[in-house]
Design a protein around this ligand. Structure first.
Ligand code: NAG
Ligand code: NAG
Ligand code: NAG
Ligand code: NAG
Ligand code: NAG
Ligand code: NAG
Ligand code: NAG
Ligand code: NAG
Ligand code: NAG
Ligand code: NAG
Ligand code: NAG
Ligand code: NAG
Length: 736
């Protein structure tokens, strides 16, 4: 057997030696030996065959404790082929490939080596010929990554794969992102869709930061700190934890956390949970104020006799929830003394190992020093480096035999404003590393300015890379999907280099645009299939309707897409030629939500508001269009309000425009123009922008754009709170 490895030669030789013909352009790139010019059309394939002898095998070497079997992965792959390429192939188990099938099997796991030359279970061999396709993995996880190559190449090559052979393996075992779900709540569905997005680019780790708070600063009083924003996102009914989490609707129950973890694992992504202590722990101190340090209540007083027992109670409850081999206790930015800090970390590491056998990770904070003697953090605690002012990952940790994950803040994102960090991943950095790697960035490059600070690419203690997104300014700074948009390009750009790919900037741009519309398992952009830029168009006059049942009428979509709506609302009788809307009836569309870009237009007349501060015009899966009485979009728990409202009793055209990261509304009078009053009555067609208002350290505000999905599902109904008439509704995919 031959050892296939990209990394068995020094990185510089390998990268420099790769001629373009011997790689497939994808995200990441794939080393490939073509066999002639021929291609295999996937439409000629008869079925997917899973090698019977391995169908029930799971990868034991990856980070997840709930790995899917080879057969499970194959079923997901079959669904993906249908979603991405419209190809319907049955999955069956057999001992060998059939004529022109996709055969999924396992090979010798020592054939695939990572950057350090160690075997990895994530490698695979892809062979394509006129006889069919074989994906042979080091493990089922390796096969899964191989199927990502099949999908990507078929999308990029009009449904076919070039004849030849790929031998591919990731350079690093930990490749992914970190989401601050402590200071912003993300629904489970969003997290599983993010996992699907990451997985397509062969990332395998989603680190979830599950507790945090607004920064506590010196001049805050004790009382003020005790009511400052702080969240703990895991909901347990355990009596001993009653009061730790006060926000059940913004927390994950055990069942939800199971679903998140298994849905992510089904696509090869391990959820790595973090419960932060002894810093950033205001949520715990608000629950047990005696545990906080007097001068900064966001830090635990480790010497208080209840502190470590409390953290053990928390971990004892949640460890059984977690299905990763490693868990994260935070241990970030603690400023009250290294000795106590080290004692805390070590005691937790022994506790977690004893309780669960799991390994433990912390953020680099107090590097080991000779003067701490035996008190240094145990070598088996892995370190997540984030800033050079905290540690030098090479000298402080790697050379002292600690393993280090690269989360250098050169890839930090802070939503939606920051004094120092960008609001989307700075992908240009992935294309300029140091000269030793042909100018590309890789996970072993901690310092992009000073190569002396970087270990060799073959250093086995470099675990990989995880890039964080922080929500320093809490829930109302952004809506859920804005975390995705902050990462939209970052995930594939990092994914390529975290694996060991070598895409250039121009290749990256062209490939991503082509792949993007087909990424299976998610619809984060809430795109809606459409024949043209006009997605839906309803004229609510009776001429475009059809009675379908005693009280139901079908309302025709004239866009050509067939998105007919239905209603039990009557047509108006006062000559307005539209539907009479009230809380007694509803208009229901088959659509839910549309992401950027869009123009949503409504022609309507509002006659009366039951409660002027709380009327729902249109609701959808991600947002609600309201009058409060100003024109308002409600999303992710926040009301984003304009200054103006709609005049009552007159016909207007209300347009909501989603344009890139911004969002606008305009109201245009269809009859006599009106105006005046305290709250501006808007009917002049002028566009007003919706803005997020961030509270920064309770010291000042920052206004920032916000981009919310268009609500599309329902008008009227018992909670709508208005009566009036509706003449038309339309949606386009352009920002008009
Ligand atoms: C796998 O490959 C290694 C190294 O090439 C070899 O020593 C070993 O015998 C092989 N195992 C099997 C089951 O073929
Ligand atoms: C920490 O707790 C100990 C033990 O209860 C107490 O003596 C000490 O004053 C506390 N320190 C601070 C700074 O709160
Ligand atoms: C880490 O090292 C400590 C101290 O030697 C030990 O008690 C603990 O079991 C180790 N953890 C793991 C996961 O092996
Ligand atoms: C690191 O581990 C190596 C190999 O086990 C050992 O020789 C060396 O002394 C260790 N270094 C430190 C600083 O502990
Ligand atoms: C580069 O890093 C090395 C090792 O940390 C340090 O000694 C040196 O001063 C740094 N050089 C510059 C120009 O900062
Ligand atoms: C709706 O259809 C009616 C009847 O055909 C027509 O008079 C009216 O102008 C249409 N309304 C809109 C907004 O297109
Ligand atoms: C809704 O229906 C109730 C009972 O049928 C009726 O009393 C009420 O006036 C209706 N409201 C509207 C706004 O049509
Ligand atoms: C959870 O409930 C609170 C209080 O009712 C509300 O303010 C918040 O917006 C809700 N959160 C979500 C995500 O719905
Ligand atoms: C609303 O009015 C305030 C005060 O005049 C102004 O600062 C703000 O920019 C306005 N907001 C919008 C969305 O126009
Ligand atoms: C949305 O509009 C913005 C601004 O015009 C443009 O830069 C962007 O490419 C558009 N996005 C899509 C998905 O069409
Ligand atoms: C968002 O929350 C901050 C507190 O963090 C508050 O100051 C600000 O007014 C809120 N913005 C909106 C639009 O409610
Ligand atoms: C607005 O009305 C709805 C439906 O009646 C109700 O559920 C919601 O709590 C109200 N919101 C506010 C802020 O009053």
């Amino acid at each position: 057997m031959r050892a296939y490895s990209l990394w068995s030669v020094p990185a510089i030789a390998w990268l420099g030696a790769i001629p373009t013909a011997s790689r497939l352009i994808g995200v990441p790139t794939v080393p490939f030996q073509a066999a002639g010019e021929a291609h295999l059309a996937l439409s000629s394939l008869k079925s997917i065959i899973v090698d019977t002898q391995f169908a029930d095998v799971c990868d034991e070497k990856g980070e997840t404790l709930i790995p899917p079997t080879l057969h499970d992965f194959s079923e997901t792959f079959a669904k993906d082929l249908k979603d991405a390429l419209g190809l319907e192939l049955e999955v069956s188990d057999a001992s060998e490939a059939g004529q022109v099938t996709i055969f999924l099997t396992l090979g010798n796991s020592s054939d695939y080596l990572d950057a350090a030359g160690a075997p990895t279970s994530e490698g695979y061999t892809l062979s394509v010929s006129a006889d069919g396709v074989t994906v042979r993995g080091a493990s089922p996880l390796g096969v899964w990554w191989g199927t990502r190559t099949v999908l990507q190449q078929a999308i990029l090559n009009e449904g076919s794969l070039p004849h030849g052979e790929a031998h591919d393996a990731p350079g690093w075992a930990t490749r992914g992102m970190m989401l601050d779900a402590g200071r912003h709540y993300y629904p489970p569905e969003f997290i599983t869709e993010m996992c699907a997005y990451m997985s397509f680019f062969k990332q395998n780790t989603l680190h979830l930061h599950l507790s945090d708070n607004f920064n506590v600063i010196g001049q805050y009083s004790r009382a003020f700190s005790l009511q400052l924003f702080a969240r703990f996102r895991l909901w347990s009914d355990l009596e001993a934890l009653a009061g730790l989490d006060k926000y059940k609707n913004e927390s994950y129950t055990r069942e939800q956390f199971e679903q998140i973890q298994s849905a992510c694992a089904a696509r090869g992504v391990t959820v790595l949970p973090e419960i932060e202590a002894p810093g950033h722990t205001l949520a715990i101190v608000q629950w047990k104020p005696q545990l906080g340090l007097a001068n900064d209540l966001s830090l635990l007083n480790i010497s208080h006799p209840e502190t470590i027992p409390t953290m053990k109670t928390i971990w004892a409850e949640f460890l059984p929830w977690f299905h990763s081999k490693t868990v994260h206790i935070g241990a970030d930015e603690y400023t009250a003394g290294a000795a106590e800090y080290n004692r805390f970390v070590n005691e937790m590491s022994v506790f977690i190992a004893t309780e669960s056998g799991k390994a433990m990770r912390i953020w680099g904070t107090f590097p080991p020093k000779p003067e701490y003697g035996d008190g240094n953090v145990h070598e088996n605690v892995s370190i997540q480096h984030w800033a050079f002012f905290e540690d030098n990952p090479l000298y402080d940790y790697l050379l002292q035999n600690y393993s280090v994950l690269n989360s250098d803040d050169s890839y930090y994102v802070v939503s939606k404003w920051s004094g120092s960090y960008p609001q989307a991943v700075d992908i240009r950095r992935t294309f300029r590393g140091d000269p030793a790697t042909a100018g590309l960035w890789y996970p072993h490059i901690f310092d992009q300015r000073n190569a002396t600070n970087n270990p060799s690419s073959t250093n086995s203690r470099v675990l990989g890379s995880v890039a964080p997104l922080w929500n320093d300014y809490g829930q109302n700074a952004s809506v859920v999907s804005e975390a995705y948009y902050a990462w939209r390009e970052g995930i594939p750009a990092l994914g390529d280099k975290q694996w060991g790919g070598d895409l250039s900037e121009s290749e990256f741009t062209s490939v991503l645009d082509a792949l993007h519309p087909k990424i299976p398992g998610q619809n984060l952009e809430r795109s809606i299939p459409s024949e043209s830029s006009k997605i839906v168009e309803y004229n609510f006059s009776s001429a475009f309707s059809r009675r379908t049942a005693a009280s139901q009428t079908q309302l025709e979509d004239s866009s050509g897409n067939g998105y007919h709506a239905s209603t039990d609302c009557p047509f108006s009788t006062d000559g307005g030629a539209g539907l009479a809307i009230s809380s007694n009836c509803t208009v229901t569309t088959p659509l839910s939500s549309k992401g950027r870009n869009y123009t949503l237009s409504l022609e309507l007349k509002i006659d009366e508001l039951a409660d002027p501060t709380n009327a729902t015009l249109l609701s959808g899966g991600d947002s609600v269009l309201m009058l409060t009485p100003s024109i308002t979009l409600f999303a992710s728990g926040t009301y984003y309000r304009l200054n103006s409202t709609i005049p009552l009793g007159s016909w207007v055209n209300l347009s909501i425009v989603g344009k890139g990261s911004q969002m606008f509304a305009s109201v245009k009078a269809l009859g006599e123009p009106r105006g005046g009053a305290d709250l501006r009555l808007r009917d002049d067609g002028v566009k007003e922008e919706f803005l997020a208002i961030l509270g920064v350290l309770t010291q000042f505000h920052v206004w920032a754009p916000v981009a919310i999905e268009a609500p599309l599902a329902q008008i009227g109904g018992k909670n709508s709170g208005w009566t009036g008439q509706l003449r038309s509704m339309s949606l386009t995919s352009e920002a008009l």
